[in-house]
Design a binder for this molecule. Sequence first.
Ligand code: ARG
Length: 456
Amino acid sequence: MKLWGGRFTKETNQLVFNFNESLSFDRKFYKQDIRGSLAHVRMLGKQGIISEDEMNTIINGLEGILADLNSGALDFDHSEDIHSFVEAHLIERVGDAGKKLHTGRSRNDQVALDMKLYTRDEIVEINELLKDLLSSLLKVMEENTETFMPGFTHLQKAQPITLAHHFGAYFEMFKRDRSRLDDIYNRMNLCPLGSGALAGTTYPLDREYTAELLEFDGPTLNSMDSVSDRDYLIELMSALSTIMMHLSRFCEEIIIWNSNEYRFVNIDDSYSTGSSIMPQKKNPDIAELIRGKTGRVYGALTSILTTMKGIPLAYNKDMQEDKEFAFDAIDTVKGCILLFTGMIDTMTFNKDIMENSTKNGFTNATDAADYLVNHGVPFRDAHGIVGQLVLFCEEKKISLDDMTLEEYKAISPVFEEDIYDAISLQTCVDKRLTIGAPSPEAMKKVITIYKDYLSK
Ligand code: ARG
């Protein structure tokens, strides 16, 4: 059924219909559409705009449609959009009372509401998925506060850290992502229903009541803005892009760590794929795909930003273009977080290889310089002296720990026997005690904070 045939004298061209329709994708929020209609109709009944009988008839009809869509007893047809689909079926089922559902409402405030309800539900889900991911990261952290690995800058070995510390960096990122989602939820949580097409309505609607029924903090305060605001979607696409950027960086590291050269980690067989030609291959496809799908989510952000930039107030049909990209980005992010969490849960760590790699990369050079500083050598001179030590070791293909005391003393007489302890991996990590640093002592404090955070 068409909602608007009255003033037309010709049938819609089929291509125009196909181009214009949105049921093929806005069916995704049929539950939210019906939930919104149920709230609207309860308010119409409470305000005496429709009779109590009519209200109950419509409620029953809508609940029946919802149940039948959920069970599959009712299929989507060729309606223009989800709004016309539900209204048409309501009228078919309950007759004239159904024709009153749309009193005091426009599809413009309806779609604004549906999209907000849908987005709100998805934000909650994504937030939970991130929480599960954080629990997985925390488990690795708790088990690895003493697992040494090199920390990198410029992808060159820099200073020793621990696996717990490295994972902790990502814990912070995903924690921020969750708080971004919370912010968006709180900012968008105002109900547009009752804004009509753009200028409110002349019916005595109770907008506070519908807002309350739908668990919003209250009604929106400008009807023009209400029907044409998609800021929250742009914010969400931006937050999702940031989540993907974090996942993608982590994936990039896992791909490197899983490479034949590094072998820091083993991605589980159940999360790897093979090659059709090279029998020896076990590829990190999941990590690569997540890295690749990041582009898709960035695309959604750019797309919605661009769609919105030239739209005069209030509603314009351009806005229908918000949905497919937003849906795709939301589904992509949910899938990626889920897969990534599974990959982390099943991944194993080659702790010996990580530790050896830390020993072999002069990651304790800064600590050797600090040793000199503690013995009265100005830092700039100490830097130069340790530079000479590194040069010496590189020529002999040994590490700082392998040099004899005589060799040390030949470069600087300040060195004594205690240099070995001062530059041992254990000392290098243990001495980094400030909060946020990698020592097991500092990490354990942070882990306690994270546990508390996840328990809420
Ligand atoms: N399918 C439309 C959308 O997604 C619903 C709103 C239609 N409103 C209108 N005035 N044509 O934006």
